[in-house]
Design a protein around this ligand. Sequence first.
Ligand code: NDP
Ligand code: 8X3
Length: 253
Amino acid sequence: MNKIVLITGATSGFGKACAEKFAAAGGYDLILTGRRQERLEELKRRLENGNTRVTTLTFDVQDKDAVFSAIASLPAEWKKVDILFNNAGLALGRDYFDEADLDDWETMIDTNLKGLLYVSRAVIPLMVGQPHPHIINMGSVAGKEVYEKGNAYCASKFAVDAISRSMRIDLLRHAIKVTAIHPGAAETEFSMVRFKGDEQQARKIYEGFIPLIADDIADVVYYCATLPPHVCINDLVITCTAQADAIYFYRKS
Ligand code: NDP
Ligand code: 8X3
């Protein structure tokens, strides 16, 4: 029987690449979620086949009621989740602490921190009792070290680190594996979102080095998710070779 994987933020970047990876591997049915419904529908059309069933849920992870009612609306045959990939998230702005936009801060905290809490609380009851349940949380190198102008984004990812560690302890009694993955710079829509559509600023982030791509992260998520049941990667930091930590890059001019 196929395992059921629920992916938040499946419309782009890491989440989309993971959906493609699990579908290509076979043996998984996918619950794909995000706000952009047309993208979810396109993915469903593309990935669904004789071996992989796909269902979609459109909701904003910031909206507690929407999260809980979307999960509650799943038909009975989808109410057994084996793998939860808490991936939805974003950065908004890159400004000095004393100049940053308060709305940007609210959105990052509401999405990266509170959204992850809401989705987890809504989905964990569907995981308890599954043979080998696994939660994979998307952190960041920004959740391991702070960098200049990272302020609230870093704080939201430090929180993901703390939540992951706390989940690992509190969910021991349900034998739920908890893995946190912390990537460095990866070229997705992330920087376009962070810089609010400013292509030039977004492109500059990846200038002079080869960044990670979404498929690199999908490979790592898949690897973590397919280890033997008694093996759990707790915490995994991954950067491209040109990045040493959250701050140091080697850029070719
Ligand atoms: P993308 O912008 O390409 O994808 C972000 C995904 O998150 C989209 O599918 C988006 O879907 C979803 N999302 C954002 N806000 C919400 C919301 N309020 N409700 C529901 N879904 C939401 O970025 P990445 O793939 O790069 O980012 C994925 C995760 O990885 C994020 O948590 C990010 O912080 C983290 N990360 C990214 C790194 C990078 O360099 N790219 C490095 C380290 C971590 P939609 O807009 O349709 O709702
Ligand atoms: C995204 C990576 O370095 O832009 O989490 O914070 S970074």
